[in-house]
Design a protein around this ligand. Structure first.
Ligand code: GLC
Length: 429
């Protein structure tokens, strides 16, 4: 087979243009709100059924005096991330910008300032694109009726008042805030709504009929025609968002491959969690990035900044390690996708492929001296091979037959030290 006859998977077209998104592959998620203060999960208000008057202590003490978004933006850029998605408002309802539609915002805390504008400026300054996460749920808004996720779901008195709550008034607020976010911050590249709630025995759910998702989507596109919208309004748009699991193959909807982005935490919480210890290792995180790209997807990796306004040591260490790897290996990530289906991947390795440069990338998860065997269609096309970290030649022998060519790659005895995961760059012909 000729190179251009090999089979590449292409995702289904979407209403928005995802070209840059599929090229860039790697973004930073940031979950930041009042929940940084309890520091025990961004759902703490719901998990512990905390009423507004008690949760209010976090509002009264929110004062991230060390917040310097330029430092965050640099950390993201150094890690090789190309876009960021910030929680403008999470389920707790607290807003990071000076919304005209609520008092529940950063400007009214002891901190006293808008958080979002300086953040957007700082990340743009580092060349990253801007995404807004916005919660459809709101556990603070007085017109937001109960559902099975709401902190007051077990409170009979609060439930009795539900009949006086008008969800449409809340939805007006949602539309109004969406307008603010899409008109006051320049070009917004991604809108990441979260999420639609199922119904329970006690309470109705909230989904596309309540949000009037079609109307909302049309409105968003009229404000920001180039925007990418996620799938959590219960109407699939530009990107599917598998959360906290690694898809086993290219994500499909109705049998067709789609644009997708996996989102993951460093540890088990999105918001800053002081005592949570299940942190993934740098090596694991790098493999997750490679694995996502090898299945045609993106990785959105989350940081939960502290209540002082910093990325904590554990997050910074991991970002630095990823950055060290990305500095020399990003060629196997940016612009890359799943390898041609005809290519068999050797054991303990992951392929990615850049269709524009026709380079195949072999990520070696277990380094064993001294050879790796490529067979079949992959072997047929090999022209030149180098170690990506230092462009040192990897020599190989050709063997096998015309129908079944083989290539034996000769690896050096020592695993290159700069690389958690070494990569061979294979130029195809
Ligand atoms: C879930 C959670 C939420 C988190 C989100 C990120 O929907 O409700 O806390 O923000 O996933 O994907």
């Amino acid at each position: 087979m000729e190179l251009n006859e090999l089979t590449l998977i292409h995702p289904q077209p979407t209403p928005g243009d995802t070209k840059w998104f599929r090229h860039d592959r790697f973004g930073m998620f940031i979950h930041w709100g009042l929940y940084a203060l309890p520091a025990r999960h961004e759902w703490v208000k719901s998990h512990e059924r905390i009423p507004d008057d008690v949760y209010d202590k976090y509002f009264r003490h929110f004062n991230p005096d060390l917040y310097e978004p330029a430092i965050w933006a640099k950390a993201a850029a150094n890690a090789g991330m190309k876009y960021f998605v910030i929680t403008t408002k999470h389920h707790e309802g607290f807003c990071l910008w000076d919304s005209a539609l609520t008092d529940y915002k950063s400007t009214n805390t002891p901190y006293g300032k808008d958080i979002l504008h300086p953040m957007v400026d700082a990340f743009r300054g580092e060349g990253l694109r801007t995404g807004f996460y916005h919660s459809l749920l709101d556990w603070h808004h007085p017109e937001y009726p109960l559902d099975e996720c709401h902190p007051m779901r077990d409170n009979a008195e609060y439930a009795a008042e539900d009949k006086n709550r008008d969800v449409n008034k809340y939805v007006d607020y949602l539309y109004g805030q969406t307008d603010e976010l899409l008109t006051q911050f320049g070009k917004i590249d991604i809108l990441w709504y979260d999420f639609s709630v199922g119904k329970s025995n006690r309470y109705p759910g909230k989904g596309k009929d309540i949000w009037r998702s079609e109307e909302l989507i049309a409105r968003i596109r009229s404000r920001q025609p180039d925007i990418i919208i996620d799938d959590r309004l219960q109407i699939d748009q530009d990107v599917k968002t598998p959360e906290q699991y690694m898809p086993g193959e290219w994500v499909r909807v109705g049998g067709q491959p789609v644009v997708w982005e996996g989102c993951h935490t460093f540890s088990g919480s999105w918001g800053y969690h002081r005592d949570e210890e299940s942190w993934k290792t740098p090596e694991q995180l790098i493999i997750m990035l490679i694995d996502s790209v090898s299945k045609g997807g993106n990785l959105l990796l989350n940081v939960g900044p502290t209540g002082r306004g910093e990325f904590d040591e554990r997050a910074l260490n991991r970002l630095e390690a990823i950055g060290k790897w990305m500095k020399r290996h990003s060629r196997s990530i940016y612009g890359c996708t799943q390898a041609p289906l005809e290519f068999d991947c050797p054991r303990d390795c992951i392929y990615t492929y850049n269709p524009d440069t026709q380079c195949l990338y072999l990520h070696i998860l277990a380094w064993r001296f001294d050879n790796i065997l490529l067979t079949g269609e992959a072997a047929r096309h090999v022209d030149y091979v180098q170690l990506l970290s230092d462009a040192s030649e990897i020599r190989f022998d050709r063997s096998g037959s015309d129908e079944n060519p083989e290539i034996r790659l000769k690896l050096p005895l020592k695993k290159p030290t700069v690389a958690e995961i070494p990569v061979l760059e294979i130029f195809l012909k």
